[in-house]
Structure formats: C-alpha cells, structure tokens
Ligand binder design. Structure first.
Ligand code: NAP
Length: 253
C-alpha cells in the first residue's frame, strides 16, 4: 500500500472547501499530504483547513477566485513560501450556474462558465506546471465531467468547458511527460453536492438522471477519494493523459 501514500507531499486542491474537492482534500490528508485549500469563500476555506489539521497534517487556506490570474499567481507563491514545493494539483473549482437551452444562454453566462471551468483551470495548470517541470516531478488531476464527452442538453457552456479541459489534459500529458509530470482527468457523473441541489429538489429530473445511471443513484463526494489518490500517488507512475470516469456506469451506456 505504500505506493498510495502521500507522506511528505504537498497538494493544492482548488475548490477544496466543499463537495468533491473537500472530500479529496481530507482523503489526501489521511494519506499523509499537507494540503492547500483554495476557493473564494474564506470562512469555508478555513473550516476545511481545520479539518485537514484535525487529521494531523499541515494546511494552508488561500481564498482565491480561479478566474483571476493574479489570484492563481498568489496561490502558487503562498504555497511555495509555506511548503517549498508543490507535488499535486487538483483542479476541482467549478461552477454550473445555469440550466438553459442554448438559444437562451447569455454571452455573460457563457463567458463566466468558461472563465472558471476552463481558463482558470488551464492557468492553474500553467502556473503550477512551471514549478513541477522545474522540479521534474508532479501530478495534475483535472476534474472534468461526463459532460466532457457526452452532450448534456441545457449545459452547452459547461460541456464546452469540460470538453476543453479534457483536451488540455491530453496535450499537457504529452508536453510534460519528459519532465515526469503526469496529467490526468477524473470525470464525475452526477454527485450529491451543492452544485446539484437544484436537480436533487426536482423529482422529475432526478428520476430521469437516476434511470439513466446504471447504478441507479447519484455519487457521493467521498467516492472520489480513491480515484484521486490513485492519480496523485506513485501508483499512477505510468498513467498520463487518461480520463477516469467515476460515474456509476453512465459513460458505459
Ligand atoms: P460544489 O459543491 O459547488 O463546490 C465547488 C467548489 O468550487 C467550492 O469549494 C467553491 O467554493 C469552489 N469554487 C467555485 N467557483 C470558484 C472560483 N471562481 N474560484 C475558486 N473556487 C471556486 O461543486 P462539486 O459538485 O463539488 O464540484 C466539484 C467539481 O466537480 C467541479 O469542477 C464540477 O464541475 C465537477 N463535477 C461535479 C458534478 C456534480 O454532479 N456535483 C458532476 C460532474 C463534475 P466557493 O464558492 O466558496 O468559491
């Protein structure tokens, strides 16, 4: 099991304060990593920082908006100042604020979704990738979606962003292979988090999704820890450019 250990490693989890990111951050702490939590709401960030510390690891909270490049630079600087290295980046911060047919999607909403889910994630890869290629080691995990490869009606911008993030993953995996930096993606199906609270409150929509999911239920945030640990640890030393679906079988259909 030592291949799954993160002892001595430093991991940044964007959007690590809630939902899937929080579960991954706490799972990494239990595997021995020191963890940096980076999301917008300072109080949520601090709460998860305390939970990481409660697991015996060091933690740093950096309130950032991933759609601002200056915030990403500040995140990398603060992490290096505190811990001196970055071994793992989980690009998990994401939004899905609209459920709207393409003809009604506003340009502002399109831009906002792309700015967080694609541009922000890429700029974080780039800023952290500079550190990792220099240190000749690193693991990047981009949290995509089943919408990266399936067209989900009413999620045009979200699917475009996640599909783009998948392609970023594949390109960076090749460009940074020679530096021993592995870049992979996890594609969640529908998961019980704040992001899906609207659909969880809509019985008709929820039934449709459950019917379409072979395992006949939504995922839970803790069910992402195993996949993330695989892709963050030495266990994945020969895996790069891969998309790992954690979706209750959705993508098999
Ligand atoms: P969530 O519960 O809504 O949590 C989102 C996290 O991202 C929070 O920590 C949030 O904190 C942070 N965040 C949002 N906008 C940000 C920004 N501009 N800058 C920095 N941090 C930001 O969402 P989740 O369901 O756990 O989703 C996590 C990831 O999985 C996302 O990339 C999402 O697209 C993906 N995903 C989720 C599902 C699902 O069904 N839940 C399905 C497929 C893919 P603040 O709001 O305080 O910033």
């Amino acid at each position: 099991m030592s291949n799954f250990s993160l002892a001595g490693k430093v991991a940044i989890v964007t959007g690590g304060s809630r939902g899937i990111g929080r579960s991954i951050a706490l799972g990494f702490a239990e595997a021995g990593a020191d963890v940096v939590i980076a999301s917008r709401t300072a109080a949520d960030v601090e709460r998860t920082v305390d939970e990481v510390k409660g697991r015996g690891q060091r933690a740093l909270g950096v309130p950032i908006d991933i759609s601002r490049s200056a915030d990403i630079s500040a995140l990398v600087s603060a992490t290096l100042e505190t811990f001196g290295r970055i071994d793992v980046l989980v690009n998990n911060a994401g939004i899905s604020p609209v459920f709207s047919r393409a003809l009604k999607l506003s340009e502002d909403d399109w831009n906002r979704i792309l700015a967080v889910n694609l541009t922000g994630a890429f700029l974080a890869c780039q800023a952290v990738g500079r550190v990792m290629t220099e240190q000749r080691a690193g693991k990047i995990i981009n949290i995509a979606s089943i919408g990266a490869t399936s067209g989900l009606p009413r999620f045009t911008a979200y699917c475009a962003a996640k599909g783009g993030l998948l392609q970023v993953t594949r390109v960076l995996a090749q460009e940074w292979a020679e530096y021993n930096v592995q870049v992979n993606a996890i594609a969640p199906g529908y998961v019980e988090t704040d992001m899906t609270s609207g659909l969880q409150d809509n019985p008709r929509l929820l039934d449709e999704i459950i019917f379409r999911t072979p395992m006949r239920r939504l995922g839970k945030p803790d069910e992402f820890v195993g996949a993330a640990l695989l892709l963050a640890s030495e266990s994945s030393s020969y895996i790069t450019g891969h998309i790992l679906y954690v979706d209750g079988g959705w993508s098999a259909a």
